[in-house]
Design a protein around this ligand. Structure first.
Ligand SMILES: C[S@@+](CC[C@H](N)C(=O)[O-])C[C@H]1O[C@@H](n2cnc3c(N)ncnc32)[C@H](O)[C@@H]1O
Length: 201
């Protein structure tokens, strides 16, 4: 269980996280998969506290995989989280991070991810969403269009999501888009800021 995509994208994503995360940040990761991101970011950013999570059905595998590799300081014991089920791990977190999940989850889970993130983020906290996104219904590359078609053929509830639609839904729960960064392989990092803050909600 090893993700070649994670190996390719972890460097570029780390560059962005290092720039955006406040010092000593506490981060909740949604859909940690193999745990490669959790491990790499914790080993690379001093003072980071990283809470990996996975679906209940995948949590034992994630635990096992994390135990096979070095245990960087700040990497917490993984927790089970299906974004559609409350309660989420107790916040507040300075950031929520999720990579390559929005196109895999059904749309209602994407909405639950946005609402759940808004609920656990500290005031001014950041949500990082990494993956392929279309823009106003237009794919940024032929490879993303092909990937979208492949996902929908496999399962109609999957599919590359539209950044503008996500932006509008995020705004409904108090998350405003701060930045949309282009990363290698036609992926993007969407960065939202919690404009309302859980204390005022
Ligand atoms: C393509 S994998 C990405 C894994 C990892 N983040 C990466 O970048 O390699 C999609 C992940 O989304 C998770 N996922 C799907 N539906 C979910 C849900 N409802 N709640 C939480 N995680 C979910 C899956 O378990 C899986 O780990």
């Amino acid at each position: 269980m090893f993700s070649p995509a994670c190996e390719r994208n972890k460097g570029p994503i780390l560059g962005m996280l290092s720039r955006w995360l406040p010092p000593q940040a506490s981060v909740l990761e949604v859909g940690s998969g193999t745990g490669q991101h959790a491990q790499h970011f914790c080993a690379s950013i001093d003072g980071l506290r990283w809470q990996p999570t996975e679906l209940p059905s995948n949590i034992e595998l994630l635990r096992f995989l994390l135990l096979q590799a070095p245990q960087p300081e700040g990497l917490l014991e993984p927790l089970a989280l299906d974004v559609r089920v409350q309660p989420w791990p107790k916040g507040p977190f300075e950031a929520v991070f999720s990579a390559n999940t929005a196109h895999i989850m059904p749309w209602e889970a994407v909405l639950a991810l946005l609402a759940g993130a808004a609920g656990v983020l500290a005031p001014e906290g950041l949500l990082f969403l990494y993956g392929p996104f279309s823009e106003g219904g237009v794919h940024s590359a032929a490879s993303n269009a092909a990937f979208d078609a492949e996902l929908r053929a496999r399962d109609p509830s999957m599919g590359v999501r539209d950044a503008q639609v996500i932006q509008a839904e995020a705004a409904r729960v108090g998350l405003s888009l701060s930045e949309r960064l282009d990363l290698p392989a036609n992926n993007q990092l969407l960065i939202f800021r919690n404009g309302v803050g859980m204390l005022e909600r």
